[in-house]
Unconditional design. Sequence first.
Length: 295
Amino acid sequence: MRPVVYQPVDSRRRRSREEQHVGKLEGKVALVTGAARGQGRSHALRLAEEGADIIAVDICAQVETVAYPMSSRADLDETVAEVEKLDRRIVAHVADVRDEKALNAAVADGVAALGGVDIVLANAGIASIGTAEDGNEAAVFRTLIDINLTGVWNTVHAAAPTMIEQGRGGAIVLTSSTQGLTGRGGDGSGAMDGYCAAKHGVVGLMRTFSHWLAPHNIRVNSVHPTGVNTPMIVNPVVEKFLEESADVGDALANLMDVPVIEARDVSNAIAWLVSDEGRYVTGTTLPVDAGFVVR
């Protein structure tokens, strides 16, 4: 897939430092995968509000085993526009996290344009609920593992060598799920099994990465959202599945009286976690879950 690159905003168009809000991530560069919409866009904007420049990556295409509409080039364009409104620089590529070559090229281009990378949010992921009507459970399972787990490994390995070479530390956050801490709602399908297995696997990656990177002052943590108000779960496909599977819907309910949280809730937690306010937090699983895990 040919990368689509958005060049950084000319610094002459940006306001002077005195006129800008000086945030807790001023001077940092953050890599965000799945940045075209949903949680990824929210995270990119939240970190940009705190002064970070952004390397944005998204597939901007439909995955065969996903029934709901996925992100588009127009979605990524909107993320770029929103970051630029915050007077931050952004370099955006269309790339699949399963494609190591394309992902490495995207990160290398962003590093060259923005001066390095300090923060990694391995956020890209899919759900495949309601896609196994053809009985192709194995394909659904494999694709979930490829994107939601191997894609996370690819993302960290695309950025970590540069972070180590820079010698200025950093922070990495892997997006897991409440399903990475529980098995609630399991129904034996490739969709549920694959999603839960991948999200548990992300915890294993987080823990081994935290050991690998701690000597370089690079912290690694995972976040575990409950259902989030994004197109991945708020769509007719998932709504139909939950209507037809009331027992699964009940099993996926939160302890607090809220059906879903907002992407901003997760972004706020991440903004704290990657800042100096969380400078000694590493190797942790952070639920942002309205009590889902303890229900």
